[in-house]
Write a protein that binds this ligand. Sequence first.
Ligand SMILES: *Cc1c(COP(=O)(O)O)cnc(C)c1O
Length: 344
Amino acid sequence: MIDLFSDTKTRPTAAMRQIMANAEVGDERANEDPSVNRLVARCATLLGKDAALYLPSGTMCNEIALAVHCKPGDEVICDATAHVIGFEGGGPAALAGVMLNPVAGTRGIFSAAQLREKLHSDRPYAPRQRLIEVEQTANLGGGAIWPLSTLQEVSKVAHAAGLATHMDGARLFNASVASGIAVVDYAHGFDSVWIDFSKGLGAPGGAVLAGSREFIAEAQRWQFRIGGAMRQSGIIAAACEYALDHHIARLADDHSNAKRLAGGIAQIDGLRIDPTLVETNLVYFDVAASGWNAEKLCAALSGHKVRMGAMGTHTIRAVTHLDVDRARIDMALAALRDALNAGV
Ligand SMILES: *Cc1c(COP(=O)(O)O)cnc(C)c1O
């Protein structure tokens, strides 16, 4: 199976498993796991923040960040396509108790002017505006990269209005590798930021949330509150550290494979994509003109040993990652042609 469903489908490499087997471990809850301690210190430096916290997932990073920044009834401003809206089980409402005020951005990215239009002076009848949240890269925005200048402008506008800023960095390294801009520069101006190790970086799990010392102290309380504190998690943290050493530069391969895939899709009758919009490892294309709907075509594709994801009635997403090389991209393109030729 060529699995392009998500970059979460990567499996730990043999070398990564070896590092995991030999990892030094201790009780993470007592701050005694040397592998976890090393990883969080390294991530805090990497992201330019005072402190960092190891958590099981990116979802938990988002949920805890919202809960620390906000009180129940507060408002979070984010793009309408944000992961926190559609993919976290209603956590923002259930855990932080916040209102999400969606901005109709372009490809998951909104401007400082759009943010300004959302802001209002304090009114007793309105939810208190407390936080803005951005995704770098924007997942449902097609893996689009927030330009550094836009991030700086929105964070400036947010801070001037007394709001905090949070960055969902599930694919922050993809943005950095594609643009050549360091993650610390993207994270600058954001009060909290997290990176995911289970996406393109290829670790079996784990994410690191970074921010000020006070922010992380509160985040740790939430970690205990919702059961995100683990024990000998150095086994996974060692895989994350390995990923930092070995799996960042290679994200460029995923990006060139994504471009190759997009270029091939653009040549197939009935499929629509603008390959120039593929900036990182996410490839969204439209199947409407083929007469297929996305779910049926994905089902037909799996018969050809290729998995992609239906993201809308006529939208399919394919994600490149370290388990899919260039030759398999060409096989996936052949499978797409075969599935379509076999008829609706
Ligand atoms: C995957 C993802 C998350 C959640 O990360 P998990 O580690 O899967 O919980 C959050 N935001 C974005 C943009 C993502 O793509």
